[in-house]
Ligand binder design. Structure first.
Ligand code: TYD
Length: 198
């Protein structure tokens, strides 16, 4: 696969979307063709609204997110990578492992089994985890949705889940302290990317 697949992960309010935009601009400035995309909704646009607004069982929530991801992989991510683009996704499978697995308690083996079909085994080359305490993350969120209303205990589990995922795959994850100023976090991301760029 010629392209470069990068993802950003973290709690709501961690600054992923800002950093995804900065990362895309950095890669473009270095002459790389960039595709900036996101989950949920990157494959099936209606899924984000359903997941945020409806009180779904965790299983239904995960299966909807997986349907969205299956479309996202086949129609957006893989075609972009085949064209040789640097594909930057604001959230991907690790969000489900952290939120639906560690947060909502679904068993990881089942999540991973479904994910095999949904993702066709596509994994990011690097995943930037913007880590910060839930109290700080939630305080930054202006418009709390259903997941945000689950409160700090839920988000503590999600945070710990993300850190466990990062510990299990240190060669893929880059854990960044998201309490630092935006500019510093952006520079840390860029420093990790330099060795991978042509
Ligand atoms: P996102 O659009 O990133 O929210 P925001 O831009 O408001 O931070 O994600 C919406 C919510 O969906 C967010 O609370 C995280 C959650 N989510 C999951 O629970 N599992 C997943 O697999 C994904 C992709 C998102």
């Amino acid at each position: 696969m010629p392209g470069l697949f990068l993802t950003l992960e973290g709690l709501d309010g961690a600054g992923k979307t800002t950093q995804a935009g900065r990362l895309a601009a950095f890669l473009e400035a270095r002459g790389l063709p960039v595709l900036l995309t996101r989950e949920p909704g990157g494959g099936l646009p209606g899924v984000r609204e359903l997941v945020l607004k409806e009180a779904l069982s965790p299983e239904a929530e995960y299966l909807l997110l997986s349907a969205d991801r299956a479309e996202h992989v086949r129609k957006v991510l893989l075609p972009g990578l085949r064209r040789g683009q640097a594909v930057v996704s604001d959230r991907y499978l690790d969000s489900s492992l952290a939120y639906q697995g560690f947060g909502r308690g679904l068993p990881l083996p089942w999540l991973l089994e479904v994910a095999k079909g949904a993702t066709l085994g596509l994994k990011p080359r690097l995943t930037f985890l913007l880590d910060l305490p839930p109290e700080l993350a939630l305080a930054r969120v202006k418009d709390p949705d259903r997941l945000e209303r689950l409160g700090p205990a839920f988000f503590q589990k999600v945070r710990e889940g993300y850190l466990a995922l990062a510990q299990a795959e240190p060669e893929r994850f880059v854990v960044l302290d998201a309490t630092r100023p935006e500019e510093e976090v952006a520079r840390a991301i860029q420093a990790h990317l330099l060795p991978l760029l042509p």
